[in-house]
Design a protein around this ligand. Structure first.
Ligand SMILES: [Zn+2]
Length: 257
């Protein structure tokens, strides 16, 4: 057999893939457990998606009422954190920010009810791209893998596949006029293996602004907030082999064929 006739090596079905070019994505849905999660993990990336013309919707599963470091009455926290998230997202150009009802911070589980709510939003928004938290824990960095994050990630992955695209899953959603929707690709934050690297150096100032807007969670850090974020994002860039001084967020990307 000549070299020309030899069949090409088939692609490895277990290899991570590169995402679609941003220009081929019209809508993205980001799902997270708490206000500030998506900003810590992906603010620079989301700002880039907005700049590329992608309509980004952010969906929070709770209002983060267990967060914070002062004596603010707990009953006031949901509204405070809702407003902080609106301001943080505005710094990135994201204006469609939604909150699910019925779930308490610290008690999130990937229940059928949570999956049902996420499927409803998937079918309303009809995103080609979904970004959520990893359902798998990073044992070396447990704070990135808060149990609520794992639950939000698990519920979202299950909602993306198979429920969103299966018309026999929750047929009452069809009665609401919400036809099945097939998501094209799934991005995971804080996954143990995150080979896709997004250089956010030029958008780092917007990431810092977004996280400053979460004042109930970050004001106590003062100037240390920017240094902390810079350290994390420099570390990501260095591990990915980017030039010194570059800043990066990293993800695992799965294509749903
Ligand atoms: Zn969180």
């Amino acid at each position: 057999m000549t070299d020309q006739a030899r069949p090409a090596t088939p692609p490895d079905p277990l290899a991570w893939v590169e995402p679609l070019p941003d220009g081929e994505v019209e809508r993205a849905l980001v799902v997270a457990a708490h206000p500030d999660d998506a900003d810590f993990g992906s603010a620079g990336t989301l700002a880039g998606w907005v700049d590329a013309g992608i309509a980004v919707t952010l969906l929070l599963c709770t209002r983060g009422e267990q967060g914070g470091f002062d004596d603010t009455p707990r009953a006031e926290m949901p509204l405070i954190r809702e407003r902080e998230q609106q301001a943080a997202s505005a710094a990135l150009g994201v204006t469609d920010v939604r909150f699910l009802d019925g779930h308490s911070d610290g008690w999130l589980e990937p229940t059928w009810e949570l999956q049902h709510q996420i499927v409803r939003v998937l079918r309303q928004v009809r995103p080609q791209r979904v970004l959520c938290q990893s359902p798998q824990r990073i044992l070396q960095r447990l704070q990135a893998s808060h149990p609520d994050h794992l639950a939000a990630g698990e519920a979202t992955v299950r909602a993306v596949y198979p429920a969103s695209e299966n018309r026999f899953a929750w047929p009452e959603l069809i009665d609401e006029g919400l036809e099945p929707w097939k998501v094209t690709e799934l991005w995971l934050m804080a996954h143990p293996d995150s080979p896709h690297v997004v250089d956010i150096t030029d958008r780092f100032d917007r990431k810092v602004a977004a996280l400053r807007a979460h004042a109930s969670q970050t004001a106590h850090l003062g100037d240390g907030l920017e240094a902390m974020l810079r350290g994390w994002n420099e570390g990501n860039a260095a591990r990915a082999g980017l030039e010194p001084g570059r800043l990066a967020e990293t993800f695992a990307v799965s294509r749903i064929n």
